[in-house]
Design a protein. Sequence first.
Length: 498
Amino acid sequence: MELNDVKEPVPATASATGSGALPESTDVLIVGAGPTGLVLAIDLARRGVPALLVEKSDRLFPGSRGKGLQPRTLELLDDLGLVETVLRAGRVYPRMLEWVGPDGTERGREWDMIERYEPTEREPHANGLLIGQARFQDLLYAHLRSLGGDVVFDAEVTAVTQDADGVTAALADGRTVRSRHLVAADGGRSGIRRALGIALRGESVDPRPMLVADLTMTPEALVDDLNWHLWNGSPEGSVLICPLPGGPGLFQLIAQYTDEDAVPDTSDAGVRKVVAARTPMTEEQVAEVHWASDFRPRAALADRYRAGRVLLAGDAAHIHSPAGGQGLNTSVQDAYNLGWKLAQVLRHGAPDTLLDTYEEERRPIAAGVLGMSTRLHRTAMVGENSRRRSETGQLGLGYRGGPLSAGRAGALEAGDRAPDGILPEGRIFDLLRGPHFTLLAFDTPAPALASDLVRVHELGPYEAYGRGLFLVRPDGYVGWAGTDATGLDDYLAPLGAA
């Protein structure tokens, strides 16, 4: 499968640089060092699975295509031991402020784009976090390196061939890498997906283009970091300017166009002209343009997530509208679902068919999220009617009725997210944290298990679970539930955890 006809440009600026060694073989080759690839590499590193993460650019992607982490993603980061670092680097979403008046300098309405909730024992991360994608990637990369992993930059995969025993990836510089499995996390224009002949089917969410850019504004500029700023009076389209954590005067610009035939100018001069034309600020008040891109919102889903030993993850498998902040979050949750399954197959003797459950569980989730984000985009991208409901937090998503969900007990059904809680025996998320399975026995005797991969905890009553036994998978979902241990060994055996 040749990939030479589907290259993408290399970003012009950097958010992080570095280089790891390129071995001739590895267990898992991950192509693409965006959030999806970095999270998967981190998860495999903590599981002791040899993995190689390659990136065709000479650095991590420099821009903020995404800028929000949903509550369920914060729980993922809690499990990976990274949540406190990320929380310190981010902030809560500021209130929307619409600027009005003849010259756009009068303060108008204020409202919350994102509904706010009080944290609870069950949901300690109740609200999303504002953090630019570039900053988030830097933190993931640093964490990967602390685990002994790295990224090999300037490593463009140009062809992939596979056989019964593994995958051979050919690089542009003539080197090859042999792996037992390859994960394509190479973005929405995935060359690997195209070479596999997997269709990405979808629709245009909005035919009108958008311009997105990361900017540094001068101190004299009208915008501040207390609000998310909106100008809605230009006939050319609205402009949103959102403060980004990470430095004084750092903002993300989103400019919408009313003309379907418009071609946004992504040059520094072009971005400055948009700011000056649609807001009261001048071109000179844009101190620096760090990155800019134009796109037309689209929703699309790959026909399948697996072809032999090659699997698709993140934007390579699904493309989202920016409404609702779902794309990045759904992508890293793909990696979280796939990581433990690869480890069980490669290290613990689970059958290869376990990897089929990755598509069976994640593709329906992506389809549902795509429908929701498309609806949000078409209903209202800006204005008070654009308030995001709790469905965007992804805490209610799960795998009920899925191939790895069996049983029910107490208040939960297999496939549900495992709630947190603060009990005399300890915080539940502390018990779950790590690469293991966890058997929680609430107000009932725990069976003796001989598996090193399952940690057992007897706990007192807790209404979020109710009475019974709950086997929590390594990704924080209840896989099996019952009032006694009947059927538990049968469930664990095909997972390589008996």
